[in-house]
Design a protein around this ligand. Structure first.
Ligand code: IMP
Length: 424
């Protein structure tokens, strides 16, 4: 089976846990977009693992592939590889020679751009993601394969720093010595990562032909897609299902199962429209219960109720087969649970609201809560399966199915790795 797991909201839906759940010791896990701006946490008996570049399934996979659509910070890559080796020492790692390199200069530009935007800032992670994709599309980007050749790095950095003079003006990279230092630093990474670098699309095509068990893992969420998200408050890559083809070289026609992961409430980091956002005490309660602080930046996330118009828009866009619902235990903190069912009769379409050109007047339905669950109760429910979930929780899940028009198959009801249930 070849599956794709992606988020339908603003990222942080709990995709990592779902990838981890459906991957096996023989699986190949592929990432195809973004960089260290993504972040996911997997909690196992041996501790909590946070990944930014490596896919979450790395803990039990046989092979992982970082595709050409990614932007890779080599320093972060080396750190993550050494931490995964402790858990999965035989893991095969393949990195696309065509993926672009995030450098410290691009991080400096990211910060400088945000400052220049002033009140219109996007609220980026400052990890240099946007400027690195700009470099790629201006065709001056440093590709991973270039790290083997210091002269190439030097030449490209010189060109980049000349073209971006005004952006670099108030940064430490406005001087040639710093650029030379950066070139030397970048060239040293090749010794550690060169052995992983190849034309990954060729190997992926062979894996597809061999019918290998494969999971493609989307970074971020649908609403952060550069084309279809809540522009301009988005990331710089295509986060939707179509990103698989351009970001890995594997045709979407080869994917047999597309899973859209939806958190049972909504969260968002950074600026931009958020129709179901909560404020004050209710927001604090949800944020604390859900640990809604950025894995990447530590920033408190904005939080709100589940937004069905958004989920429907994202489900259609990604042509998903099924939904996966996460963090239901967290939602149980509330005595009464709300779901936004529509944006009001005057709204033409959901994306207009999500890009800020139309204003929503959200309608909500209220549902009874299942209350908080203890860890041993969760373990028992996982053992007994879907029918042992509290009635109120099953009613909620089935309501999401009828409102969204999509079946829910995988449900996550707790933090620990073994708190995931297959509905059918
Ligand atoms: P960038 O990707 O660092 O350029 O940030 C652009 C916007 O996307 C900001 O609002 C970030 O907070 C948001 N963002 C990027 N990646 C993620 C993610 O994986 N989860 C949640 N928000 C993200």
């Amino acid at each position: 089976m070849r599956s794709l797991v992606l988020g339908l909201q603003f990222g942080d839906e709990g995709k990592g846990k779902i990838t981890d759940f459906i991957s096996h010791p023989g699986s190949v896990i592929v990432r195809y977009n973004g960089g260290t701006n993504a972040g996911h946490t997997v909690v196992t008996d041996r501790g909590t693992f946070k990944f930014h570049l490596l896919p979450a399934g790395s803990l039990r996979a046989e092979s992982i592939v970082l595709g050409n659509g990614m932007v890779i910070d080599p320093e972060a890559l080396i750190t993550e590889i050494s931490s995964i080796r402790v858990e999965n020492k035989d893991l095969k790692i393949l990195v696309s020679s065509a993926a672009n390199v995030v450098t410290k200069l691009h991080k400096a530009i990211d910060r400088a751009q945000e400052e220049m935007r002033g009140d219109n800032k996007i609220g980026t992670t400052s990890h240099g993601i946007g400027p690195t994709y700009e470099e790629k599309y201006s065709r001056n980007g440093i590709r991973i394969e270039d790290l083997a050749d210091i002269d190439k790095i030097r030449k490209k950095l010189k060109l980049i720093s000349t073209m971006r003079r005004s952006e670099l003006e108030n940064t430490e990279y406005n001087n040639p010595e710093k650029i030379e230092q950066l070139a030397v630093e970048l060239s040293k990474y090749w010794a550690s990562i060169g052995k992983y670098v190849c034309r990954t699309e060729i190997i992926l095509h062979e894996m597809v032909t061999d019918n290998r068990e494969m999971v493609f893992e989307g970074g971020h969420g649908t609403m952060l897609d550069i084309d279809f998200g809540s522009y301009p408050y988005v990331t710089s890559s295509n986060t939707i299902s179509g990103g698989v083809h351009t970001g890995s070289g594997v045709s979407l026609r080869k994917i047999q199962r597309i899973i859209g992961v939806v958190k049972s409430y909504t969260s968002r980091v950074g600026e931009g429209p958020f129709p179901t956002e909560l404020h004050g005490k209710e927001a604090d309660l949800l944020r604390e219960a859900g640990g809604e602080y950025g894995t990447t930046t530590g920033r408190p996330r904005r939080v709100g109720w589940l937004d069905i118009p958004l989920v429907k828009y994202a489900s259609t866009l990604n042509d998903i087969d099924e939904l996966s619902l996460t963090k239901l235990d967290v939602l149980g903190t509330f005595k009464t649970i709300k779901i936004c069912t529509d944006y009001g009769k005057n709204v033409k379409n959901a994306i207009n609201v999500l890009t800020g050109s139309e204003k929503a007047d959200p309608s909500y339905m209220e549902m009874d809560s299942w209350g908080t669950l203890k860890e041993d109760e969760i373990r028992e429910m996982v053992k007994k399966g879907y029918s042992s979930l509290p009635d109120e929780m099953r009613t909620y899940i089935e309501k999401v199915e009828s409102l969204s028009g999509k079946p829910v198959h995988i449900i996550s009801i707790g933090k620990i790795r073994d708190s995931t249930i297959q509905k059918e």
